[in-house]
Write a protein that binds this ligand. Structure first.
Ligand code: MG
Length: 156
């Protein structure tokens, strides 16, 4: 087995789409970024690449490359899964934590986990998505931005 960890942060910006694990949340702000800025999927991709010793998403999808402007992070995740598969790995399980003071994510978590399980090609009980706040402290607490952590285990 191989373990990987990923971490990502995006700043919130007014008028941006707010997408977490492929779920569009109806608010008037969202994570800013070159792609669709799906912060939890970015953390997950880094965890997968980390577990396989394949570097990070900055190496595979540079934000200086116009091909990835506005990119659907699930398309990028598909590519990461191909790389993982080429090395002979499958996903055992994944655990994701989103750190956000806003918006309220709890109602959307089951759909987020379902989207990720489908993308990873695993059963629902192998993906967990959690959301927490930092008690109004720091950049997530002030609502300036959002962070996500991911841990994955790969089978060799
Ligand atoms: Mg990112």
């Amino acid at each position: 087995m191989r373990i990987g960890h990923g971490y990502d942060v995006h700043r919130y910006k007014a008028g941006r789409e707010c997408i977490f694990c492929g779920v569009r949340i109806p608010v008037d702000f969202g994570p800013d970024g070159h792609s669709d800025a799906d912060v939890a999927v970015h953390a997950l991709m880094d965890a997968l690449l980390g577990a396989a010793a394949l570097g990070d998403i900055g190496r595979h999808f540079p934000d200086t490359d116009d091909r990835y402007k506005g990119a659907d992070s699930f398309r990028l995740l598909e590519h990461v899964m191909e790389l993982i598969g080429e090395k002979g790995y499958t996903v055992s399980n994944a655990d994701i934590t989103i750190v956000a003071q806003k918006p309220k994510l709890a109602p959307y978590i089951p759909q987020m986990a379902e989207n990720l399980a489908a993308a990873l090609g695993v059963d629902h009980d192998r993906v967990n998505v959690k959301a927490t706040t930092e008690e109004k402290m720091g950049f997530t607490g002030s609502g300036e931005g959002v962070a996500a952590h991911a841990v994955v285990l790969l089978n060799e």
